[in-house]
Design a protein around this ligand. Structure first.
Ligand SMILES: [Zn+2]
Length: 306
């Protein structure tokens, strides 16, 4: 049983590694159960078209007008009330915007301005350490109508820690962010994302049992790659168009992301996509039982296998 569980966890981790700084294979795009269509999309490497014709093309923005794929009349879409991950059911043409690793002065404010200018809301998965270092900015994210979730205290790879240390890090992040927000804009929501998308079966199960909503990633913009903003936009649009909907991962700590967001939002608006915002069904609660269990120092009595 334990071996089986370990194998399961390793498999989960192997498919999950892939966000927030670690360049990975093209196959590691999503967490959680991978649907057949995702697997097909994930296995198709991006094709960068080069060749003789390229040299004769102007270096300016050359993409033709995008075809209108969906029929959204306004970029701002539904607000989903979420009590568990199962509630996050997107229709074709719907996207959820998420920003991880902030808040970061000089970057997050611009992201907020762009979102506001386009009339949409996003979910920010913050690090407790960063919220603590920049409390006014963290509160501004919430007060401007965005949803704030937890991304641990300092971005440790939880899959490489003991179970207890991992749970403690999650609880420490939640406590720091909730303290900084102090209820502003609805306070800390139950949304959580694993750093590097590195999860284990034990941690994921613990989160689910503790009223935490683990937020997976359908489309990783890989905005942390040393590429141009346009490269990131084109790759992300390509993946989004192939999928038709999904949770998109960005990071509000890069100038590249600040630069690309206005263009990206214009592009998806032109294609008829709508941006869905997430609201917790029970505001102001972040996995109370998870945090309590961790603070209480519950031990399993045996070393964690993963
Ligand atoms: Zn991250």
């Amino acid at each position: 049983m334990r071996l089986l569980r370990t194998v399961f966890a390793v498999a989960l981790t192997a498919t999950a590694l892939g966000a927030c700084a670690k360049p990975v294979s093209q196959n590691a795009l999503a967490t959680g159960p991978v649907k057949a269509q995702d697997a097909v999309a994930a296995s198709a490497p991006d094709t960068i078209v080069t060749g003789g014709i390229a040299s004769s093309v102007s270096a300016s923005y050359t993409q033709s007008m995008p075809r209108r794929i969906f029929h959204g009349t306004s970029l701002a879409g539904r607000t989903l009330e979420v009590g568990s991950a199962a509630d996050i059911q997107l229709k074709p043409g719907e996207v959820i915007l998420t920003f991880d690793d902030g808040p970061r002065p000089g970057k997050t404010e611009h992201i907020l301005d762009t979102l506001e200018a386009h009339g949409v809301k996003a979910t920010f998965l913050m690090l407790g350490s960063q919220a603590k270092a920049h409390p006014e900015l963290a509160r501004e994210v919430a007060l401007r109508g965005n949803t704030v979730g937890n991304h641990t205290y300092d971005h440790a790879d939880l899959a490489k820690m003991s179970r207890q240390d991992a749970m403690d890090d999650i609880a420490r992040g939640a406590t720091a962010i909730a303290t900084v927000l102090d209820g502003a804009g609805g306070g800390l929501s139950p949304f959580f994302r694993f750093p590097y998308l590195a999860q284990t079966g034990f941690l994921r199960t613990s989160m689910l049992q503790g009223d935490v909503v683990v937020l997976d990633v359908d489309i990783d913009s890989k905005d942390y790659y040393a590429e141009t903003a346009d490269d990131v936009i084109q790759r992300t649009l390509k993946r989004l168009d192939a999928r038709g909907s999904g949770i998109i991962l960005f990071h509000d700590i890069h100038q590249r992301t600040v630069d690309l967001l206005p263009v990206f939002l214009d592009e998806i608006a032109a294609r008829g996509y709508t941006v869905v915002s997430l609201k917790p069904r029970t505001p102001g609660v972040f996995g109370r039982s998870v945090v309590t269990a961790s603070v209480a120092g519950v031990k399993t009595g045996q070393p964690a296998p993963f």
